[in-house]
Design a protein around this ligand. Structure first.
Ligand code: C2G
Length: 444
């Protein structure tokens, strides 16, 4: 008798799950399905699981493919199960290709092709909450988005659009999704859109996506003009759609904790915020060659301005940009100085100058310091006058951290959670205004 095992969360049970179980069963005579517990999903960083363990087990039972169901509770359990249960074949979807090769020493490992398309008919019939997401753009950030999206339940990566067909196909093949060069076909196949194309194309893509009735998650900087941000938010509101700017720091749990402590009074009244993010880039990258929209402020300014806007607000009295430019006129290093009625702030960004990346928040009773990479906030300290009086805080930050914004975006669509306080529309508009001012002053 050939014994097969597979594992999964099987949340919001869909045809991808059904087809996986069907083919897993066909690999042998006896199929064991391991279903993850909420606690295990939490430790492995899977977010937004909706169905209870009982519901998920019931859904698997209903397929009739499972001969036995077990619970997956811990990291490392797969190896023990394989030994204990005398398993011949371990199988899982091809979205995990390579991840379980280490089990080859104990049984055969088979990656079954992931189901690319979750059909809209099936979703309608089941009244399902699964959002089929389409990606616009195929650059580095889009590649980082894919593994993160896999760890957010309730979203299915469906397709990618790029007017350059070769790039679309390459990306689609790598991530086992569909490629589109025709925008109408693309919008017809997806429910929501993630925009990860070059900055200056965001406005046009957001507009057309909203016009097609799609919710939009757009990479930072969302747009580069204040009026554009206002227009797009208005358009989204009129259509009852969510428009969401993806500055990952804003949604990560550690940054939320840091803001909470900064505003709790433990460092008194906040008087100074200094945020610095530098990242050396090769001279031939888009960031340092795109003469109109490249440079350090458009690339990194959203991160550095975020804590300043959060702690001091949008109404500054003075703003000043000082930049050091490279030969092609793009800023290699930019320092923004802001004056508020009761505080001062600086945001420092660099692509061609390296500095100490740090977030420092100074108050009348003490200060908070988060070292680089503070934009992926996992650790920070609270200091007071007595140098020995230090409180240390750590918080989970998993993977590339995009899963937190994806999860919040989904929650806003389904209306189960109101997360818009994490980055408000007004703050996104203010950020677009900063980009506009900076580009205007730089004569671009
Ligand atoms: N799957 C698929 N096609 C999809 C979606 C999922 O073939 N469109 C497969 C996955 O590859 C997995 C199974 O369905 O084999 C269950 O998927 P999930 O519920 O998302 O669980 P997952 O996080 O993949 O669990 O220990 C847990 C396992 O390692 C994987």
């Amino acid at each position: 008798m050939i014994k097969v095992i597979t594992y999964g969360t099987f949340d919001l049970f869909h045809e991808g799950h059904y087809r996986l179980l069907q083919r897993a069963k066909a690999l042998g005579d006896y199929l064991i399905v391991g279903v993850t517990t909420e606690a295990y999903d939490k430790t492995r960083g899977k977010l937004n699981v909706i169905d209870s363990l009982v519901t998920r087990i019931e859904n698997i039972k209903k397929t009739g493919f499972a001969d036995e169901i077990i619970i997956e509770e811990t990291e490392g359990q797969k190896f023990n199960d394989i030994k204990r249960l005398g398993i011949d074949i371990f199988t899982v979807g091809s979205d995990w290709t390579g991840c379980f090769d280490y089990l080859n020493d104990y049984c055969k490992v088979v990656y079954l092709e992931r189901t690319k398309n979750i059909s809209s008919t099936m979703l309608r019939e089941q009244n399902s909450h699964i959002q089929r997401i389409g990606i616009i753009g195929t650059g580095r950030i889009a590649g980082r988005f894919m593994p993160e999206a896999k760890l957010v339940s309730g979203i299915s990566t469906q397709g990618v659009y790029n007017p350059h067909w070769d790039s679309a196909v390459r990306f689609a093949d790598r991530w086992e999704i569909d490629a589109y060069a025709d925008m109408e076909e693309f919008f017809a196949a997806v429910d929501v859109v993630y925009i990860a194309s070059p900055h200056e194309t965001h406005y046009g893509y957001i507009k057309v996506a909203l016009e097609h009735g799609k919710h939009v998650l757009c990479e930072k900087p969302m747009v580069l003009e204040r009026a554009q941000a206002e227009e797009l938010f208005r358009c989204a509101k009129e259509r009852g759609l969510i428009l969401f700017e993806g500055i990952k720091t804003a949604y990560c749990p550690g940054f939320q904790k840091l803001l909470g402590i900064a505003c709790s009074g433990s460092i008194g009244s906040i008087r100074n915020v200094e945020a610095c993010f530098t990242k050396l880039e090769a001279a031939d990258t888009r960031e340092l060659t795109d003469r109109k929209y490249g440079g350090s402020f458009t690339e990194l300014g959203s991160y550095c301005m975020l804590p300043i806007l959060k702690l001091f607000g949008k109404e500054f009295q003075e703003i000043r940009f000082d930049s050091l430019n490279g030969e092609n006129g793009l800023d290699l290093f930019t320092k923004v100085s802001l004056k508020y009625p009761n505080g001062i702030a600086t945001a420092t960004c660099g692509l061609g100058v390296k500095s100490e990346g740090r977030l420092l928040i100074a108050g009348t009773k003490g200060y908070i310091v988060a070292e680089a990479p503070w934009w992926k906030t996992a650790y920070f300290e609270v200091h007071h006058e007595n140098p020995g009086d230090i409180q240390k805080y750590s918080e989970i930050f998993l993977g590339d951290g995009l899963r937190y914004e994806i999860s919040d975006f989904l929650s806003m669509i389904t209306g189960t959670e109101k997360n818009n306080f994490k980055l408000t529309r007004g703050e996104s508009v203010a950020l677009a205004g900063m980009m506009e001012r900076f580009l205007g002053q730089a004569g671009r």
